[in-house]
Ligand binder design. Structure first.
Ligand code: RBF
Length: 344
């Protein structure tokens, strides 16, 4: 037994020595500021980069692409140190990451490690030659979500069985951050008030992106205070909002990916950002040597990266047809250009 282990160890060592990476292999780090599990924005990021790497490796077997997904964990105080270590290793041709706080962490590193390139999605940073950013038009995303929530909170009990008399909706955010306070919350309200200026919003904070128990408690309390539709933007903690909706019978508007199947009959909409598509395209663009470092892009409905899902059978079975028609009219106003919602 011991002998066998020795042989295995020796073989592993040998393999380690002889299997040098080809000189032109490309290495990509996917830096996840948080955890991928239960966080669609990060799952889409990792999936998209892996898809681009696989496609590239299949086409150019002599230059395989290595992708390392590095989870920085939920303690945000540790992210800067973790990212510094990844950049300092010099192992990665590019570090791809996502969320609006990443430029603040990456910019100082571009001075310390002038060779290190960064692609930051769901983020905005102009004029740094080592950084390329793409952000989504979250005014469109939150406006559409608010419009839907507005239609349902003002609906009759006959139209939507869990709708109550109060014109109150909720937004449960994991934490406050500039994009939340300056774009998502105000645009959600903009959408609500476009339906009815008398709608009020109950806005509450979980304190982190993972505590589903706390998020469920908040959701129950908001429902008791009149909210019949709640938008969770809380990563893994949103699971608690779903559980509370199923126990207490209220509706959820879902953000970032298609959430209809998470709780059939309770999820009334999904306003998605196609971060998987964007991550794949941005990684492919890097592998082709075409990343426009130093620039910052904003993409939305027109470019095909923000989408209100209307073709899911659960949308049809959950949402009353008059409400779906009203929603379609508002969508048409945006796609035709009649209603323009540029990102602030
Ligand atoms: N969204 C998630 O789904 N999971 C997360 O763990 C997460 N962490 C974040 C941390 C910070 C500091 C910031 C600013 C945002 C974070 N987001 C997270 C939110 C995400 O970037 C985006 O704003 C929302 O998903 C809405 O599209």
């Amino acid at each position: 037994m011991n002998k066998l282990l020795y042989i295995a160890a020796a073989l592993a060592l040998l393999a380690g020595c002889t299997q040098k990476e080809p000189a032109d292999a490309v290495s990509i780090a996917v830096f996840v500021p948080g955890v991928t599990s239960g966080n669609a924005v990060y799952q889409m990021l990792a999936d998209g980069v892996q898809a681009a790497a696989q496609e590239h490796s299949a086409q150019t077997p002599d230059a395989p692409v290595q992708v390392s997904v590095i989870e920085a964990g939920t303690n945000q105080a540790e992210w800067s140190g973790r990212l510094t270590a990844v950049a300092a290793s010099g192992e990665y041709d590019v570090i791809i990451s996502s969320n609006p706080s990443m430029p603040d962490i990456a910019v100082p590193l571009t001075q310390q490690f002038p060779e290190q390139k960064f692609i930051l999605l769901d983020a905005y940073c102009e004029d740094n030659g080592n950084i390329f950013t793409v952000r989504y038009n979250q005014r469109e995303q939150a406006y559409l979500t608010g419009y839907m929530a507005g239609l349902v909170t003002t609906a009759s009990h006959e139209q939507m069985p869990y709708a109550n008399e109060a014109k109150t909706v909720g937004l449960i955010a994991a934490q406050e951050y500039p994009v939340m306070n300056d774009i998502i919350l105000p645009s959600f309200i903009e959408g609500l008030r476009a339906v009815d200026s008398g709608i009020t919003v109950d806005f509450r904070i979980v304190g982190n992106w993972y505590d589903a128990t706390k998020a469920a408690e908040l959701a129950r309390s908001m429902h008791q205070n009149g909210a019949d539709v709640i938008l969770p933007i809380a990563g893994g903690a949103a699971q608690g909002v779903i559980a509370a909706a199923q126990e207490e019978s209220f509706y959820i508007t879902w953000f970032d990916d298609n959430g209809f199947a998470k709780a059939p009959g309770y999820i009334i909409s999904s306003t998605v950002m196609h971060q998987d598509k964007m991550a794949q395209e941005a990684a492919a663009q890097f592998l082709a040597g075409n990343t426009p470092f130093g620039s910052a892009q904003t993409v939305g409905i027109e470019q095909g990266y923000i989408d209100f899902i209307t073709d899911d059978p659960l949308y049809e079975s959950t949402v009353n047809s008059a409400i779906r028609q009203a929603m379609q009219q508002e969508l048409d106003r945006i796609t035709s250009g009649e209603l323009q919602l540029p990102s602030p």
